[in-house]
Design a binder for this molecule. Sequence first.
Ligand code: F0G
Length: 423
Amino acid sequence: MHLACSECHAVATADTLFCDACGGLLAFVLDPSAHDAQQLRRRFAERRLSDDPLDTSGVWRFRELLPRIAAEHVVTLRENVVPLYEARVGASYADATSLSYLHLGMNPTASFKDAGMTAAISHATSRGARVAVCASTGNTAASMAAYASRAGIVALVLVPAGGISEAKMAQTLDYGATVVAIEGDFDRALEVVRTLDPERVAIVNSVNPYRIEGQKCAAFALLEARGWIAPDWLVLPGGNLGNTSAFGKGFREALALGLIDRLPKIAVVQAAGAAPFARVFHEGGELQPVHAQTTATAIKIGAPASWRKALAEVRGTNGTVLAVTDGEIGDARAVIGRDGIGCEPASAASLAGLRKLRAEGTIAREADVVLILTGHVLKDGAYAGAYHASAAPFANAIRSAPSDAALQALIDEVTDATGATRG
Ligand code: F0G
């Protein structure tokens, strides 16, 4: 595997983040001819029975397809071992017949970031880095803080003041990071991080190609869980667009390796107030940054760093990009809850987007669809509380029973409504 520019394809000579020739983002290039699909499938499956720390990670289990890092430098929390759930209520809400959720919120720090972070922090450790730094809307911060602590290195996090959920802040502080709340949004925080010297600090935002390598393993885990049969569509939320780049790369490599025989189409869903990627996808030209506004704080991003990579991946699959309103995200999140699963607001953009793509006929009712849930339901309790206290369609208000008689009446009402009998 070697590093090259994702835009001008110049080969990178050092461990840098941006291309010396054109400033583009770097990406690892895999040589598919060096591998045998049958052998890979067998090896990946065998490792699921092993207790070796590398094999119990849903990232390092796929290590033949990753940049080489010596085992003693690998920092793992057994990330990317995640469930694929049938989505019954979600399917009916979107008017689809074959729908599942890949729940990346079931990771050690409860978001998809862990799959990338194990790779980025392991690489930083192998280079002898002492400090890891990131800009974040909360999940990258929590994940980086956890892995940096495991590695024994300092974590420095830049977040928009007042812009991340209480749970994400609590995790990040618990894991021991130095948190700086800046006057400005995520885009400003990332701008500052990009000016830092990568020789002095390890920058672990998704501009770091190791992050993408780790996160592409979610595509491998998904395909493996489906017997190496690609779905028709993969629908996921898009913010800074590292995850779209990672899934696209994972699917492309799986196809080139002969692990699958076709590419799933990728649909990226943005919040309407933070949708510069949807616009550039449909209108062409250069991405025009926006001042992002959405209650789905995780994807409140107006100048996505990986838009070029992500655009190439989505176009390469004949996929699409769309935007949904905050109201649609809120309802979709509550519906995912009714499946007994739940997720954080940004994740639910996926179901809101699917519903829209079904309504306009872009995705057929019978299509085999996987939704990516990027973060756990407990990531944002305040959001859920506000939704259920509102008059929204799936709001589930807290009932009160001011007296014993009122309580008895309520119990009778609930049990009678279900036709429950005693005994
Ligand atoms: N969903 C969640 C829950 C996220 O936290 C993020 C990004 C996304 C979706 C979008 O993924 O940026 O790869 O397109 N969160 C970052 C953070 C920006 O700092 O935690 P993307």
